[in-house]
Design a protein. Structure first.
Length: 94
């Protein structure tokens, strides 16, 4: 029996803001149906604010049903950002 190849969905520069909740729900749901893993590459938020991260995490929790690997940089990892929303979301920390 042939093994199916791993299907990876990747996206970057989401730039989630304080009022972005729901904007990518349908896209996240479709990714969950068609991929085995989701790779999120930063800039995940607009300004690196905790409120922005909480909006993104809420949408991910509502729609994504596959493992996620998030790589953040720039605005997501600025000095003003709290990583707390992302750390609460992650089930495995590297």
């Amino acid at each position: 029996m042939a093994e199916r190849p791993l299907r990876i969905a990747a996206t970057a520069d989401l730039h989630y803001g304080k009022h972005s909740r729901g904007t990518l729900h349908d896209a996240f749901a479709e990714i969950s149906r068609s991929a085995d893993i989701l790779l999120l590459c930063g800039d995940l938020t607009d300004y690196g604010l905790p409120e922005e991260a909480e909006e993104l995490v809420a949408d991910i929790r509502a729609a994504v049903r596959i493992p996620i690997l998030a790589v953040s940089w720039a605005t997501t990892t600025s000095n003003r950002v709290s990583r707390k929303p992302f750390l609460k979301f992650s089930t495995t920390q590297v």
